[in-house]
Design a protein around this ligand. Structure first.
Ligand code: BGC
Length: 333
């Protein structure tokens, strides 16, 4: 008797969720269209080109810099850059934003292509004559015009070399990556493994994914640390992994003897590096990625030949480099 009841309840809930999501995305599309109509009907003369940039998390410190770099080009070129992204990392929502940008017939799309689900939409945009540049994470199998961002395999190798140098080739390592199905995280892990794999006394005992949330990183790092109490080092492949690893290590009183590598020079990571809780940061150039993506897009629209790939630099920062790094970046000392 109970089965049909649960089945009907499940079907009803699925139906209501589907209706709710359709209404939500219909409403978002209407808002988007209205913004365009408002812009068109205002007195202002619109820029010649309208580009959409879609990142992983709109208010994330790393993505804000990508957005700022792209927006900065508005002062130089006749362009309007619409910077978009989900509030919290959510590949499905990112796909909807991509779909909306295609339907709005923007002049160019710059998108972080998180996984293979992005390929059909990227191909659809290009088929419809909208150039696409992938940023931060590539979709090399798609028809995208170009990729700009870190060489993620090389960045993983840099992290591996840093670990080898700093531990004299002897460590028990836990890895916390972003998502297993994200190409850039796969490459960052592979590059690392290919370097440390050459050293007999380096052992990787766990690889977990964080889903790009601080809470998950902390939980996964906590679990890994308790399951393998011989761990001496952690490698995190995205911006917040170092923060979560340090938090977990603190709660297990392991923060003073653990070697930690993370990505990105966001303020909290710099602070943790300065205080000795993080040992190495792999620095990327998010602002440059954003800025140059617009340059490349304009070249494409002006019929110029562009490269298949543009790599922005990645480098290693340790505590000893902090002073000169801060001077160079104009950050307070
Ligand atoms: C990655 C981005 C990601 C961010 C999230 C960065 O290291 O390059 O793809 O969105 O970390 O924390």
């Amino acid at each position: 008797m109970k089965r049909p009841f649960f089945l009907y309840t499940f079907l009803l809930l699925s139906f209501l969720t589907a209706v709710g999501l359709s209404v939500y995305y219909y409403h978002q599309t209407q808002l988007y269209d209205q913004r365009i109509v408002d812009a068109i009907s205002s007195e202002e003369i619109l820029p010649t080109y309208h580009f959409t940039l879609i990142g992983e998390e709109i208010n994330h410190d790393y993505w804000r810099l990508v957005g700022e770099g792209a927006k900065e080009t508005e002062t130089k070129y006749d362009v309007f850059v619409e910077y978009e992204g989900p509030e919290r990392s959510n590949p499905d929502e990112q796909l909807k934003l991509l779909d909306m940008a295609i339907k709005s017939k923007v002049d160019g799309i710059i998108v972080q292509a998180l996984n293979e689900n992005f390929t059909p939409l990227i191909n659809m945009a290009v088929d419809q004559g909208i150039p696409v540049i992938t940023i931060d994470t590539d979709s090399s199998q798609s028809m995208r015009n170009s990729y700009i961002g870190t060489d993620n395999y090389l960045a993983g190798q840099l992290a591996g070399k840093a670990l080898v140098e700093d531990t004299n080739g002897k460590a028990v390592v836990g890895i916390i990556t972003g998502r297993f199905d994200n190409q850039h995280h796969q490459e960052r892990v592979q590059g690392f493994i290919d370097i440390v794999g050459e050293y007999e006394e380096i052992e990787i005992v766990a690889i977990e994914e964080s889903n790009i949330t601080r809470v998950d990183v902390e939980e996964k790092a906590y679990n890994v640390l308790t399951a393998h109490n011989t761990i001496t080092a952690f490698y995190g492949t995205s911006s917040y992994t170092g923060i979560g690893i340090v938090a977990a290590a603190k709660s297990l009183k392991r923060h003073n003897d653990l070697y930690v590598i993370t990505f990105d020079t966001i303020d909290e990571n710099i602070q943790l590096l300065q205080n000795g809780y993080i040992d190495v940061i792999v620095e990327q150039k998010p602002y440059d990625m954003g800025y140059q993506s617009v340059d490349i897009m304009l070249d494409i629209l002006h019929g110029k030949q562009v490269q298949n790939v543009y790599h922005t630099p990645a480098s290693i920062i340790r505590m000893a480099d902090l002073l000169s790094w801060k001077r160079e970046m104009g950050r307070s000392l």
